[in-house]
Design a protein around this ligand. Structure first.
Ligand code: DQA
Length: 147
């Protein structure tokens, strides 16, 4: 059995479906989890799917993915724009990292145009709502040779 794809989401994404649905869509985080499990399952892969509002916990999970995961799909949410510590953690990983956003941050406020995560990411998927996660899983599956 291959290692799972870690799918980690950062702060405020627990409120998906209620939080600015005109930007982030109506799907809940549980809906996104189901879509990720289905997308990975179709390629014979499994996911570890988690969300946290806490920077340190997110970093602990990135470090866990370093040894336990085959790839990392990460929606860092607001921490992507602020956290050098998260970037430092990501730089310790040898596995593929797919940065993922529901919205297209490049088309929003100036402060969203830069993410520290992009400096460590293999690639970025953004702007497709919940489908961004499925596309990110497909990209990660391809990078681990399970496409
Ligand atoms: C987000 C975009 C970020 O700018 C924002 O802080 C989020 C969500 C997205 O998925 O579109 O919380 O990562």
């Amino acid at each position: 059995m291959s290692k799972p794809i870690y799918v980690l989401s950062g702060p405020n994404l627990n409120l998906l479906g209620q939080r600015e649905p005109e930007i982030y869509g109506k799907d809940t985080l549980d809906d996104v989890r189901a879509r990720c499990e289905a997308a990975a399952g179709a390629k014979g892969l499994s996911v570890v799917f988690r969300q946290t509002n806490h920077e340190g916990e997110l970093i602990d999970w990135v470090q866990e993915a370093r040894t336990q995961g085959s790839a990392l799909v990460l929606n860092p949410a607001g921490y992507g724009h602020t956290s050098v510590a998260l970037l430092d953690a990501l730089k310790t990983l040898a596995i593929p990292i797919v940065e993922c956003h529901l919205s297209n941050p490049a088309a929003r406020e100036d402060f969203r145009r830069h993410t520290y995560v992009s400096l460590a990411a293999t690639g970025v998927v953004s702007g497709f709502g919940a489908a961004s996660y499925e596309l990110a899983i497909a990209a990660a599956a391809g990078l681990v040779g399970a496409a």
